[in-house]
Design a protein around this ligand. Structure first.
Ligand code: PSV
Ligand code: MN
Length: 424
């Protein structure tokens, strides 16, 4: 299915008056709204190929129908999102779920939808039918050299696919760890992982980055070999300038201060990118901003402050991506909601009165500092985000338009009710 500009225009016409009134009010509340709108127009959030189908838990999966059956259809789905919000201009592929058979055709298709290829993701957490060795006891950390070699070769293969598509980064997430005390020698597991990562790092083109994701637990429940930001930092620091840490919001122990982690990694030039989602208990992979919008805002507050301190380009110098799983919602509606929540948090962070905040901090005026942050958080910035969409030809209300033109119904008619996308 394709969404036409006519669809967008008539939807926007209906909502225009109300939107303009809101925008005028917002501009009276917030300074420099033009600069904020421009930054919002430039900001793009990559969509993971594995989040386009219905997710599941180990108890079950309840598919909603019309899921993409191929890489081409995944690209088309992200194209639909991008047409609706003009903020989802990239797709992140996971190999071997998304092996392209014809690079040229895939690139052309992505180009037609205005999409780029974001980070490539390797998969050494599942055994493939064609694989000689099992990852049951880990991949890059494995005590068996042949297993490590297989996992290294896979990552190098992923880089090669990425080069063909024009991607410029590899994200490595390792399920490696142990389930029981005594199972693993932590030092040896670290050393094996480091040596394996070094081989992968050596295969990176000069303009590429390697993002090393960390996760405190799951699927291993006693230890994880890259468990937290400090452990990831220790690896990427040894690897070199092209290696950086990737923060997935759901990968922390409860109550971790993610905004502080982000701030320090940025200061050390070791923050590579993000996987946005939200959670209550663990790696719940829920819609970004669904539970803790204030935390998301505080994270963006540190990002904006830290990126500006280093003179970084907000849109280009870090990898921005969603990593979520949709068990009961329509995945495309859920992704639209996530992008919206991220844009809102970013706009709020851009609206913080930085000079006043610095002064409050210098004067130890704790009350003032809180007033400044909470004022930014509590001021409604949704009209700025909508205006950014309007100016770039997207919909004022993407979810409403998605529903009114019955996108999911159309996809079910095109693809069938029982289609299954690859992913988790
Ligand atoms: C692991 O939980 C993770 O967050 C990693 O980013 C994976 O690549 C992704 O989920 C999908 O498996
Ligand atoms: Mn992730």
């Amino acid at each position: 299915m394709l969404i036409s500009s006519n669809h967008i225009d008539s939807h926007n016409e209906d909502l225009l008056k109300k939107h303009q009134n809101k925008l005028v009010f917002t501009a009276s509340e917030i300074n420099e709204t033009e600069a904020i709108i421009q930054k919002l127009i430039d900001f793009q959030i990559a969509i993971p190929s594995w989040a386009l189908g219905t997710g599941g838990t180990r108890f079950g999966r309840f598919a909603g129908g019309g899921e993409p059956r191929s890489l081409e259809e995944k690209i088309e789905d992200v194209g639909l999102l991008h047409k609706l919000n003009n903020a989802s201009g990239a797709i992140s592929l996971h190999i071997p779920w998304d092996i392209p058979t014809n690079y040229g055709a895939i690139k052309t298709l992505a180009g037609q939808h205005g999409l780029k290829f974001d980070a490539m993701n390797s998969n050494t957490f599942q055994d493939q039918a064609s694989a000689e060795h099992t990852y049951k006891y880990g991949s890059l950390q494995n005590v068996n050299k042949a297993v490590r070699k297989q996992a290294i070769a896979h990552n190098i293969e992923v880089i090669k696919h990425g080069i063909e598509l024009g991607s410029e980064s590899l994200t490595v997430w390792l399920a490696d760890g142990s389930n029981f005390p005594g199972q693993l020698n932590f030092r040896k597991a670290y050393q094996n992982t480091l040596e394996s990562l070094e081989e992968i790092y050596d295969a990176l083109p000069s303009n590429w980055k390697l993002f090393l994701e960390y996760k405190c637990a799951e699927p291993n429940f006693y230890s994880t070999t890259v468990a937290d930001w400090g452990q990831s930092y220790s690896y990427v620091k040894k690897l070199g300038d092209k290696a950086q840490t990737l923060v997935d919001l759901g990968h922390h122990l409860p109550n971790a201060n993610i905004e502080q982690i982000v701030s320090l990694l940025l200061m050390e030039n070791k923050l590579g990118g993000f996987h946005f989602n939200d959670s209550k208990y663990g790696d719940d992979d829920l819609t970004a901003g669904a539970l803790k919008p204030y935390q998301l805002f505080l994270i963006f507050n540190e990002l904006v402050e830290g990126m500006d301190a280093r003179g970084m380009n907000h849109a280009k110098d870090l990898g921005w991506m969603i990593d979520a799983s949709h068990n009961i919602k329509d995945p495309l509606e859920d992704l639209l909601q996530s992008v919206e929540a991220i844009m809102i948090a970013y706009a709020q962070a851009l609206s913080v009165d930085r000079k006043a905040l610095v002064q409050a901090q210098e004067e130890n005026d704790v009350v003032k500092a809180q007033e400044i942050l909470q004022n930014a958080f509590r001021t409604d910035v949704r009209a700025l985000v909508a205006e950014a969409r309007l100016r770039s030809g997207a919909a004022l209300n993407p979810v409403a338009l998605y529903r009114s033109i019955q996108v999911r119904q159309n996809l079910i008619e095109e693809r069938g009710l029982k289609t299954m996308a690859t992913g988790l």
